[in-house]
Ligand binder design. Sequence first.
Ligand code: VGL
Ligand code: ZN
Length: 266
Amino acid sequence: MLARRAIVAAGTAAAAMAATRASAQAAGAQASGAQAPGGTGAPARAGASGAQPGGDASPRPRAGDALLVVDVQNDFMPGGALAVPRGDEVVPVINRLAQAFRLAVLTQDWHVPGHSSFASSHADRKPFDVLKLAYGNQVLWPDHCVQGTEGAALHRDLSVPHAQLVIRKGYNRDVDSYSAFIEADRRTRTGLDAWLKAKGVRRVFCCGLATDFCVAWTALDARRLGFEAIVVEDACRAIDLDGSLARAWDAMARAGVGRVRAAAIA
Ligand code: VGL
Ligand code: ZN
């Protein structure tokens, strides 16, 4: 069932192929060994770890807040190409939550065919192997979220009609991007940081799929870039293999990422 591999440097684990129950992926470690949530490599320090800078700690949405809805896409749903267990359960929670936010951003994992994060793009490799690419270790996934496909589409019941921005990421063939802010090369920006700052956003609430990959990387980068960040835990679902979820939460706690339940917000 689980393909488990020792990974150098970053707590890479395995993702749950729900459909096939085949296996899995790593612990929120991203491609580069540099800073995985809970990775064993030397994590880059988040910009301001520890206390939330400024502001009160209330999770009630206020001016300067935005909701980031990460990768609520068909391929991450049960039966999808890279299924997250119970991933569909986040949809009604997010729909309700989103109504409490004036600013909302959606993200989509948005890979070109033949993307370097796909096992199928490499000879003699299979999903959940780890391969060293130019920027570091990359977990190899089943093909997923290919641009324009049904698998890359947002879940049909996701309802955030007032979302002002959709950030698509992972479209550079040779660079993956779990984070909605910075690609796996740890240099290329998606533009989300500047957009949020132009809108006066100081605090982001993160939800979606998967807690221990794209949500965690997004929240950690938000901290690195100077935002307060809070993950809405019951509006996320995880891959959670080999303790990857616990490691992700640990990394987020150390970086000053808050954690709340949706009921505390709306
Ligand atoms: C994700 C693995 C590969 C995610 C995206 O959205 O968490 N995980 N691509
Ligand atoms: Zn992907």
